[in-house]
Design a protein around this ligand. Structure first.
Ligand SMILES: Nc1ncnc2c1ncn2[C@@H]1O[C@H](COP(=O)(O)OP(=O)(O)OP(=O)(O)O)[C@@H](O)[C@H]1O
Ligand SMILES: [Mg+2]
Length: 275
């Protein structure tokens, strides 16, 4: 069985906390002793920025180069284009060049598998690979879902965010049916939660009574706090920026939930095989 777990952090809705979750789940897993690779699969380069790369658009070598080389059967560098960041996290950065790759993918064979070919080569070296998806259900996000073992869906407790989930779940079901039958959903993560408002409480309760019947909703909710925004602006994880704030505590709990799901699913697999 694979040692590495590949998790896509996805939601076609913009600004729901995908990148923030990728950075802080990544850092949380590193704190728990795992070797983690973060992959920026968004031409906005927000993950690269949040990891402290100040001008992603000026980078010469990014995921765009890697995907182009793979799509045209050319060699990729031995280090797989991976950068080592000071706080123990590894990163494949991206920038605006990636949007050109997305358009180019339309015309190539096995276009849904380009990122998977890359990830499969990186897998041997890591315990977790987290892919930060862009806010769309286009070819790059499909590539991420094909490359992943599972996905985490950050969502805000707002009416429109909750409504948009069905669109995403439909795409996930199609990818499962046609390309990646083993893709599973780790769960929905509620982000930027302002627990004081009744509206948020009502929407969370409604989600639990509908989608929550068939899909895991993580126990941990990420509270709304300006510290989270400040940390991404500073290019730091929340643990490095303010380890005692409530967002750091929440991401720590969330990380534990992700790890325990992984342990449980490995146990189940072992039991199934023993039977
Ligand atoms: N818990 C939080 N409390 C307050 N602000 C937050 C929180 N989490 C993230 N933010 C801020 O909200 C904004 C959107 O977050 P983020 O970039 O993580 O979302 P995203 O889903 O990746 O966006 P996009 O769809 O553009 O990729 C950022 O400015 C971020 O710093
Ligand atoms: Mg993002």
């Amino acid at each position: 069985m694979d040692k590495c777990k590949v998790i896509a952090i996805a939601n076609q809705k913009g600004g729901v906390g995908k990148t923030t979750t990728t950075v802080n789940l990544g850092a949380g897993l590193v704190n728990c002793g795992y070797k983690v690779l973060l992959v920026d699969a968004d031409p906005q380069g927000s993950l690269s920025l949040s990891c402290g790369i100040q001008r992603p658009d000026e980078m010469d070598y990014t995921l765009a180069n890697l995907m182009r080389s793979i799509a045209s059967d050319e060699a990729i560098p031995e280090d797989l284009g991976i950068l080592y960041l000071t706080d123990g996290v590894y990163l494949v950065p991206s920038n605006i060049e990636l949007s050109g790759v997305e358009t180019g993918l339309v015309n190539i064979m096995s276009r849904e598998f380009v990122l998977k070919q890359y990830i499969d080569r990186a897998k041997n070296d890591f315990d977790y690979i987290l892919i930060d998806c862009m806010p769309s259900l286009g070819m790059l996000t499909i590539n991420s879902l094909v490359a992943a073992d599972s996905l985490v869906i950050p969502t805000q407790p707002s009416f429109l965010s909750a409504k948009g989930l069905n669109l995403l779940l439909g795409t996930v079901a199609r990818v499962k049916r046609n390309i990646n039958p083993d893709l599973s959903i780790d769960g929905i993560l509620l982000t930027m939660v302002d627990g004081r408002t009744n509206n948020a409480k009502d929407i969370i309760a409604a989600l639990q009574n509908t989608i929550g019947k068939s899909i895991n909703i993580f126990q941990t909710q990420i509270p709304h706090s300006v510290r989270a925004a400040e940390a991404s602006l500073a290019g730091m994880s929340i643990y490095a920026y303010d380890p005692s704030c409530k967002v750091a505590k929440a991401y720590e709990e969330f990380t534990k939930e992700v790890i325990s799901r992984e342990t449980r699913s490995k146990d189940r697999l072992r039991n199934d095989r023993a039977r």
